[in-house]
Design a protein around this ligand. Structure first.
Ligand SMILES: [Fe+2]
Ligand SMILES: [Fe+2]
Length: 343
């Protein structure tokens, strides 16, 4: 039984204290009972809520996953935010502003969901700003042309949807509920990206070349977004048993490839993989080898934009200090006024 490894008692009391000499006959049973309730909820596809008992490792896994997800949303605002002032039309600018704003909103829901597990937002932001916390590596690459904005919508948001739809059924209630709205918005992001590429592909040769170049640069990075292969992803199995993950990294990657190849055909672009071909026997597309060295280099801080992205976030947080202070002062004033009126 996997749960046994989490049946860990509290720290032993110091020798000689009353607590150390007092018998504690029911601790083991109590622990086992809580664990059994938790296991039953997971087995019955129920939801774990903030007030429910949960194993420490489950809590830690969720805090890490949800905060990394939140960080990815807000760092993800940066590569596309760079293009707001250079969007080719008012229509595209309005769409892009809405999309980037959505990503900020996703970050806020997710920080709130993580806070229900007992970790403060200050702590999570501090972890991000000091480089202790990770975020999705895909955002450490530059957006070199306007076509990158379309390709990010189509492929990066498309990959995010594959990853995130199953999270709507995650065993932790606040995360699952936040993901319902996030997924609806991600779907809009994917469609606006694809539509903008369709328009460009009906344009000039230079526009078509720009789209193809962007696809060439982003395709492999999107495949790596699903994380290391299952064989190299030991935490994945635990996440599956806890109902946090519903599909393995490789399964999600395959779903993404299978869904994207026909879209690429309609668009008229070539996916940059000579090994990409339909496998009749498997009923799936085969694809070539992913460069995991590059992936890990970027995860570990050596991608082309890691330093720039982090510096931008840290500066934005520092520049926003007066807004947070003003909001707190306003809230205090409001509370005092309400208290006075109630008196
Ligand atoms: Fe998002
Ligand atoms: Fe998005």
């Amino acid at each position: 039984m996997y749960t046994q490894s989490f049946s860990v008692g509290d720290a032993a009391p110091a020798l000689g204290t009353a607590a150390a000499t007092r018998p504690i006959p029911f601790t083991g049973e109590e622990e086992a009972r809580k664990l059994a309730t938790f296991d039953a909820a997971i087995a019955n596809d129920g939801r774990i809520e903030p007030q429910d008992w949960m194993p420490d490792a489950y809590r830690k896994t969720l805090v890490r996953q949800i905060s990394q997800h939140a960080h990815s949303e807000i760092v993800g605002m940066l590569p596309e935010g760079n293009w707001i002032s250079r969007a080719p039309s008012l229509k595209r600018k309005a769409i892009l502003i809405a999309k980037v704003q959505d990503e900020g909103g996703h970050g806020l829901y997710l920080y709130s969901a993580a806070e229900t597990l007992g970790t403060s937002r200050e702590q999570m932001l501090d972890d991000l700003h000091t480089g202790r916390a990770k975020y999705s590596s895909i955002f450490n690459y530059p957006t070199l042309s306007w076509a990158d904005v379309g390709v990010i919508g189509w492929l990066v948001d498309g990959a995010a949807i594959m990853n995130q739809i199953p999270l709507c059924r995650c065993s932790y209630g606040p995360y699952a509920r936040a993901m319902v709205r996030v997924c609806k918005e991600e779907s809009f992001h994917q469609r606006q990206g694809y539509e903008s590429l369709l328009v460009m592909m009906q344009g000039t040769d230079a526009q078509r070349a720009m789209v193809q170049d962007a696809v060439n640069r982003w395709w492999w990075k999107c495949l790596a977004m699903f994380g290391p292969p299952d064989a190299d992803s030991p935490n994945s199995a635990l996440g599956m048993r806890w109902g946090i993950k519903r599909f393995t990294n490789d399964d999600l990657r395959q779903k993404f490839v299978d869904a994207t190849v026909p879209q690429a055909k309609v668009l008229g672009v070539t996916l940059p993989d000579p090994d990409l071909k339909w496998n009749e026997e498997r009923g799936h597309y085969d694809y070539g080898a992913i460069d995991w060295d590059e992936f890990w280099q970027t995860v570990n801080g050596n991608g082309p934009c890691n330093k720039e992205r982090l510096a931008t976030r840290v500066k934005a947080h520092a520049d926003g200090a007066w807004v947070r202070e003003a909001a707190l002062a306003h809230a205090r004033k409001q509370a005092a006024r309400n208290a006075k009126e109630a008196a």
